[in-house]
Design a protein around this ligand. Structure first.
Ligand code: MN
Length: 294
């Protein structure tokens, strides 16, 4: 199932044609709350999706349909308690950071910068597939490079702490495309990656059953027709079970949390006026305009 949040935070399913959306809001057993701060219904849906699935499938069959183009798609997450992101999870990205990016943007390379780890991005940085990426004035004025990082992203179903690798995929509701927009340079990752609009997610959430092998997905990002990142999730250094086990050994995962699994090689600058096109196998595509904050 391809779960979407649209218009005033209604729940939808995108059909196989990727052009039709069915309104599932009536199939959710809790009253609809259009206020995004009233996101409890979504968190419960993430947690209890397996039990709700028959109801939702019935709603897919019976619910009102409309062209996807007639609705506004929102990010396919709602008020997650946190966004976790992985640093340094593709070998070729390590090479480019060590040999080119870090010497250029911070003038030095320290060993920890090239080690796998997880960090937090502010949930307020999330935007959806029909939004824009805003280049913040401060870093732009300071001449900082602002980079794209296209990343396979998962959304947590049941939460948990210290989740075993063997059980990890049972905690995945599904997958979506994520961008980890980043100000390069010195300073804490969480600050450099948490500016408003720096975490585009979408276009919808493809449930885990429709992604039988999340480590066989092509990730591709192009800008104005030029390929920048082209990779396969087969090349992740720490795979999803390892990511979930490690992250949950640090902080309890809650239903609806998002985890970005790390950038493949090819990261580079984005500029005012460009359009960033990102695709991941089975997950759809997003076209995001870049604008300068005014
Ligand atoms: Mn990243």
């Amino acid at each position: 199932m391809k779960l979407a949040i649209f218009d005033d935070h209604r729940l939808g399913a995108v059909l196989a044609d990727d052009q039709t959306i069915v309104d599932l809001t009536g199939g959710v057993p809790w009253p609809h709350d259009p206020d995004p701060l009233g996101a409890g219904w979504w968190v419960r849906l993430c947690r209890d999706f397996d039990q709700l699935r028959p109801r939702l499938e019935a709603a897919v069959a019976d619910g009102p349909r409309q062209p996807l183009g007639s609705v506004r798609l929102r990010p396919p997450v709602l008020n997650p308690t946190k966004i976790i992101a992985c640093a340094v999870n593709y070998a070729e990205h390590v090479d480019e950071m060590r040999d080119a990016v870090l010497p250029r943007v911070s003038g030095k390379v320290q060993a920890w910068m090239l080690d796998f780890d997880v960090f937090l991005k502010a949930p307020s940085s999330i935007v959806g597939p029909e939004d824009s990426i805003l280049l913040p004035a401060g870093p732009t004025v300071d001449g900082k490079e602002i980079h794209h990082e296209a990343e396979l992203t998962l959304v947590v179903s049941r939460g948990g702490a210290s989740i075993a690798e063997a059980d990890a995929l049972d905690h995945v509701l599904g997958y979506t495309i994520g961008l980890d927009i980043t100000v390069r340079g010195e300073g804490d990752r969480s600050r450099r990656k948490s500016y408003d609009t720096f975490t585009p997610l979408g276009p919808w959430l493809t449930t885990r059953d429709e992604v039988p092998d999340p480590h066989a997905l092509a990730v591709e990002l192009s800008i104005d027709g030029e390929i920048r990142q082209r990779a396969n999730t087969a090349d992740m250094t720490v795979r999803i079970p390892g990511i979930i086990a490690y992250a949950s050994s640090v902080m309890r995962l809650e239903p609806g949390d998002a985890i970005l699994t790390g950038a493949p090689q090819g990261v580079g600058q984005i500029h005012d006026g460009e359009v960033i096109h990102t695709t991941i196998t089975r997950l759809g595509e997003m076209r995001l305009p870049v604008r300068r904050e005014t």
